[in-house]
Design a protein around this ligand. Structure first.
Ligand SMILES: [Cu+2]
Length: 120
């Protein structure tokens, strides 16, 4: 009885191990397939970008959520990216530049709103 119980336990443990290694396999495949799977979110609230500075991989997806009641944009001062108008509670997604560097951005409507995206 005792042996079959431990055998059952062993089988369960093996199952867990298999499931764990399988999920590891999936995540490493996702990582290998590129940065497209990764994404970061910048939230706009009280006329501020949060976080003000994000570090991303080249081409990583950047999601912008506007929690203010007024419309904002997230616009690179160098013209590399621009969400266009993001209305109240709206979400826009764009891709980070593929070239490494630091990209400053502002809100086109309220140009004192500033942030920074670092591609490394
Ligand atoms: Cu704005």
């Amino acid at each position: 009885m005792r042996t079959s119980a431990s055998r059952a336990l062993l089988r369960t443990l093996m199952g867990v191990l298999l499931a764990t290694s399988a999920s590891f396999g999936v995540s490493s495949v996702a990582g290998a397939s590129g940065s497209a799977a990764k994404s970061v979110t910048i939230t706009i609230k009280n006329f501020m970008f949060s976080p003000m500075k994000v570090t991303v991989e080249p081409g990583e997806k950047i999601k912008v959520v506007n929690k203010d009641t007024v419309t904002h944009t997230l616009t690179a001062t160098g013209g590399q990216f621009n969400t266009g108008n993001v209305g109240h509670n709206a979400t826009k997604t764009f891709q980070a530049p593929t070239k490494r560097g630091t990209y400053d951005y502002i809100c086109n409507i309220h140009q004192y709103m500033m942030g920074e995206i670092v591609v490394k």
